[in-house]
Design a protein around this ligand. Structure first.
Ligand code: F6P
Length: 484
């Protein structure tokens, strides 16, 4: 393999017993460990020195972690601002929540340029760069500006929305055109890839032939690489986890009661409000289920400095209190609601202890919790996955009980169906899902993307070109300005 440099905002220094937020870091950890890439990402510390990136190296199996202090002056505008208050809501089709200033966009571009500078330190003649996620849409263009001609790939872990929604992102033309500096742009699903292609045609007026966009930057291939998990590794971790003290305590406390489980970051894309309402509906419509089922909802705090997240956190707390107050008994609590994160090994044991896995996002790139829940099950007595049709995972896991996360009644019915499903049907569905998971593991995902990237033809650098060549509609000159 070439000298592979993987880049993501958040990296995992975590071992299996430490909490991780988000599927990306958890997914990349085993492949970097095994394949020996350099994984560059934020150290979590900020630096006042904007011109000279400080990098700390740590080993990770056969790979290396390169921890980067990001510039303090731009971090807020980049992370809370443009990345998570403009791009994240837009990518999850919540254009009503887009809030970002021109300064936020400038900071986003500054951080992308800063990371590009740092990456040049790892550049060798056979380097291949693989950039992850929406934090770094413009990183490839910044690398080209610094003279990089090597293959640069990009993978989007989130969905890509309809072009009418992407067009609401501030500076969308400048930003999305800069993505064409990438040789390979990977998506989770066919829908995401199609939506991106439609944007390129409609908003940028470019042709796409057989999945290849031709722009003045060169050729960019669009393709779909559904991310997977280490199926057998996760399954054996789940079997072992049964003896973990947290898992044993959970199982003992159930006293024969069935358990439904949800594990999510507190994020409006995850459909948590509707899920709680559906559980409420289930208990209202089937009072006999009191004491027969409870819900363990792990809701890991996330992006709490952003108002939409703060509001959601408060709304969920109110909903849980209200539901527990109405349905609870002196010796029974319907929802165990936990605002903290757990390590993969404990989660694996929790999944194996739950008869129902609830993965009901309103919109999700893939959702690896769905895959992990399936892999963690006891083959003799597997639980049932209730899965939103709007999670990327639903394309493969079509043997789950597929639900519309906006239809609270239908979700309550699906939970009831899951609870009463025969062992024969549970096994049949589980076997079908495991076959799908084995066909697309995380190792396969990694190998497929890297080999497609290594085949990309060499580009010329953009040293003579501005990154933004497409002016915003009706404002011909402004789109050409370099933002830093
Ligand atoms: O998978 C989407 C993603 O945004 C990752 O890029 C990110 O690491 C994860 O979710 C968790 O979000 P955050 O890093 O903002 O806590």
């Amino acid at each position: 393999m070439n000298n592979l440099v993987v880049v993501s905002n958040r990296i995992a220094r975590a071992k299996a017993n430490e909490p991780m937020t988000g599927g990306l870091a958890a997914a990349l950890l085993p492949v970097v460990e095994k394949n020996g890439a350099i994984w560059v990402g934020s150290s979590g510390r900020l630096s006042d020195n904007q011109s000279a990136p400080s990098i700390e190296l740590e080993s990770l199996g056969r790979g290396t972690l390169a921890l980067l202090d990001l510039p303090a002056a731009h971090y807020g505008g980049y992370y809370q601002g443009f990345a998570n208050s403009a791009l994240w809501p837009a990518l999850h089709s919540r254009s009503d929540l887009i809030r970002a200033s021109a300064d936020d966009y400038r900071s986003y571009r500054e951080v992308n340029a800063f990371v590009a500078e740092a990456l040049m330190r790892f550049r060798k003649s056979d380097t291949v760069y693989w950039i992850q996620d929406y934090h770094f849409l413009a990183l490839g263009a910044e690398l080209r500006h610094l003279g990089a001609v090597e293959p640069i790939g990009f993978f989007l872990h989130t969905p890509w929305p309809a072009s009418s929604i992407a067009a609401r992102i501030p500076n969308h033309r400048q930003l999305i055109e800069s993505m064409l500096a990438y040789d390979l742009i990977g998506f989770q699903t066919d829908d995401d890839c199609r939506n991106f292609a439609e944007y390129i045609r409609r908003e940028l007026g470019l042709e796409i032939d057989d999945g290849v966009v031709t722009s003045r930057f060169g050729l960019s291939r669009l393709a779909v690489f559904p991310i997977g998990i280490d199926v057998d590794g996760f399954a054996s971790m789940a079997a072992r986890a049964i003896t973990h003290p947290d898992v044993s305590r959970l199982r003992l406390s159930l006293r024969g009661e069935a358990l439904a489980i949800g594990v999510d970051r507190v994020d409006y894309s995850k459909g948590l409000v509707n899920r709680l309402c559906a559980f409420d509906r289930l208990l209202t419509q089937h009072p006999s289920l009191k004491r027969a089922i409870s819900l363990l909802q792990i809701a890991t705090p996330s992006r709490g400095e952003i108002e939409a997240y703060e509001r959601l956190q408060a709304e969920l707390a109110t909903l849980v209190t209200d539901l527990n107050g109405r349905h609870g008994e002196v010796d029974w609590t319907p929802i165990r609601y936990l605002n903290k994160g757990y390590g993969q090994s404990v989660l694996a044991g929790f999944y194996r202890s739950a008869q129902i896995g609830l993965v009901t996002p309103l919109q999700d790139g893939m959702n690896l919790v769905a895959k992990e829940y399936v892999a963690a099950q006891n083959p003799e007595d597997p639980g049932v996955l209730v899965l939103s049709r709007y999670a990327g995972a639903a394309n493969e896991l079509d043997a789950a009980l597929i639900v519309n996360p906006s239809d609270v009644d239908a979700m309550a019915r699906a939970m009831h169906t899951a609870l009463t499903m025969s062992i024969l049907e549970r096994r049949e569905r589980w076997v079908a899902m495991m076959a799908k998971l084995r066909a697309h593991t995380i190792h396969q995902w990694f190998a497929d993307f890297v080999s497609a990237l290594e085949e990309a033809p060499t580009r010329r650098a953009f040293v003579d070109l501005e990154p933004s060549l497409v002016p915003p509609a009706g404002a011909a000159a402004s789109g050409n300005a370099r933002v830093h």
